[in-house]
Write a protein that binds this ligand. Structure first.
Ligand code: SF4
Ligand code: SF4
Length: 102
Protein backbone atom coordinates (compact mmCIF):
# COMPACT_ATOMS: atom_id res chain seq x y z
CA UNK A 1 0.00 0.00 0.00
CA UNK A 2 1.29 3.49 -0.74
CA UNK A 3 2.41 5.42 2.35
CA UNK A 4 0.35 8.31 0.99
CA UNK A 5 -2.90 6.56 1.91
CA UNK A 6 -1.98 6.97 5.57
CA UNK A 7 -0.50 10.43 5.23
CA UNK A 8 -1.89 13.31 3.15
CA UNK A 9 0.56 15.79 4.67
CA UNK A 10 1.58 17.36 1.35
CA UNK A 11 -2.09 18.03 0.52
CA UNK A 12 -2.22 20.13 3.69
CA UNK A 13 1.08 21.97 3.44
CA UNK A 14 1.65 23.60 0.07
CA UNK A 15 -0.11 25.92 -2.31
CA UNK A 16 -1.16 23.84 -5.29
CA UNK A 17 -1.01 26.11 -8.33
CA UNK A 18 -1.44 25.01 -11.93
CA UNK A 19 -2.43 26.21 -15.37
CA UNK A 20 -6.09 27.05 -15.93
CA UNK A 21 -5.87 24.77 -18.97
CA UNK A 22 -5.98 21.84 -16.53
CA UNK A 23 -9.50 22.88 -15.45
CA UNK A 24 -12.45 21.01 -16.89
CA UNK A 25 -14.02 24.27 -18.00
CA UNK A 26 -10.95 24.83 -20.21
CA UNK A 27 -10.82 21.33 -21.62
CA UNK A 28 -8.79 19.77 -18.82
CA UNK A 29 -9.82 17.35 -16.09
CA UNK A 30 -9.61 19.14 -12.74
CA UNK A 31 -13.12 20.03 -11.46
CA UNK A 32 -13.33 23.82 -11.63
CA UNK A 33 -15.41 24.07 -8.48
CA UNK A 34 -12.45 22.88 -6.43
CA UNK A 35 -10.12 25.59 -7.70
CA UNK A 36 -9.85 29.35 -7.28
CA UNK A 37 -8.43 31.81 -9.78
CA UNK A 38 -5.01 33.33 -9.09
CA UNK A 39 -4.73 35.27 -12.34
CA UNK A 40 -5.63 34.85 -16.01
CA UNK A 41 -3.29 31.91 -16.45
CA UNK A 42 -2.97 30.24 -13.05
CA UNK A 43 -5.42 28.76 -10.59
CA UNK A 44 -5.05 27.06 -7.23
CA UNK A 45 -6.64 24.15 -5.46
CA UNK A 46 -9.18 25.57 -3.05
CA UNK A 47 -8.00 25.60 0.56
CA UNK A 48 -4.30 25.27 -0.17
CA UNK A 49 -3.56 28.94 0.55
CA UNK A 50 -5.30 29.06 3.91
CA UNK A 51 -3.28 29.81 7.05
CA UNK A 52 -3.65 26.13 7.83
CA UNK A 53 -3.69 24.77 4.31
CA UNK A 54 -5.80 21.80 3.35
CA UNK A 55 -6.84 20.99 -0.17
CA UNK A 56 -10.61 20.91 -0.61
CA UNK A 57 -10.27 17.59 -2.44
CA UNK A 58 -8.59 15.80 0.47
CA UNK A 59 -10.80 13.31 2.28
CA UNK A 60 -10.00 11.76 5.65
CA UNK A 61 -7.68 12.39 8.58
CA UNK A 62 -4.07 13.33 7.98
CA UNK A 63 -1.62 10.77 9.31
CA UNK A 64 -4.34 8.14 9.58
CA UNK A 65 -6.34 7.47 6.45
CA UNK A 66 -6.77 9.82 3.52
CA UNK A 67 -7.66 9.86 -0.13
CA UNK A 68 -7.77 12.41 -2.89
CA UNK A 69 -11.37 12.93 -3.95
CA UNK A 70 -10.22 13.71 -7.49
CA UNK A 71 -7.27 11.33 -7.70
CA UNK A 72 -7.68 10.54 -11.41
CA UNK A 73 -8.20 14.21 -12.25
CA UNK A 74 -5.71 15.81 -9.86
CA UNK A 75 -3.53 18.56 -11.31
CA UNK A 76 0.10 18.36 -12.33
CA UNK A 77 1.79 19.45 -9.08
CA UNK A 78 0.10 16.51 -7.35
CA UNK A 79 1.55 14.10 -9.92
CA UNK A 80 4.99 15.60 -9.47
CA UNK A 81 5.26 15.49 -5.68
CA UNK A 82 6.91 12.14 -5.01
CA UNK A 83 6.78 10.15 -1.81
CA UNK A 84 10.19 10.33 -0.18
CA UNK A 85 11.15 13.61 -1.83
CA UNK A 86 12.35 16.58 0.19
CA UNK A 87 8.97 18.28 -0.19
CA UNK A 88 7.26 15.13 1.02
CA UNK A 89 9.47 14.84 4.08
CA UNK A 90 9.06 18.53 4.93
CA UNK A 91 5.29 18.16 4.78
CA UNK A 92 5.36 15.05 6.95
CA UNK A 93 7.56 16.77 9.53
CA UNK A 94 5.19 19.73 9.57
CA UNK A 95 2.39 17.37 10.54
CA UNK A 96 4.47 15.51 13.12
CA UNK A 97 4.85 12.39 11.00
CA UNK A 98 8.13 10.43 10.95
CA UNK A 99 10.30 10.22 7.83
CA UNK A 100 9.35 7.45 5.43
CA UNK A 101 11.43 4.26 5.71
CA UNK A 102 13.96 3.99 2.88
S1 SF4 B 1 3.67 13.90 2.22
FE1 SF4 B 1 4.70 12.22 1.12
S2 SF4 B 1 3.89 10.30 2.01
FE2 SF4 B 1 2.53 12.02 2.57
S3 SF4 B 1 0.91 11.98 1.01
FE3 SF4 B 1 2.48 13.46 0.36
S4 SF4 B 1 3.90 12.28 -0.94
FE4 SF4 B 1 2.65 10.80 0.21
S1 SF4 C 1 -5.88 17.49 -5.56
FE1 SF4 C 1 -5.70 15.63 -4.40
S2 SF4 C 1 -3.51 15.08 -4.49
FE2 SF4 C 1 -3.72 17.25 -5.06
S3 SF4 C 1 -3.43 18.43 -3.15
FE3 SF4 C 1 -5.63 18.08 -3.42
S4 SF4 C 1 -6.07 16.19 -2.26
FE4 SF4 C 1 -3.85 16.30 -2.60
Amino acid sequence: MSPCQQCGACCASYRVDFSIHELDEHGGRVPSGLAVDVNDAICRMRGTDHARPRCAALVGTIGQQVSCGIYEWRPNPCHELEAGSDACERARARHGLPPLPH
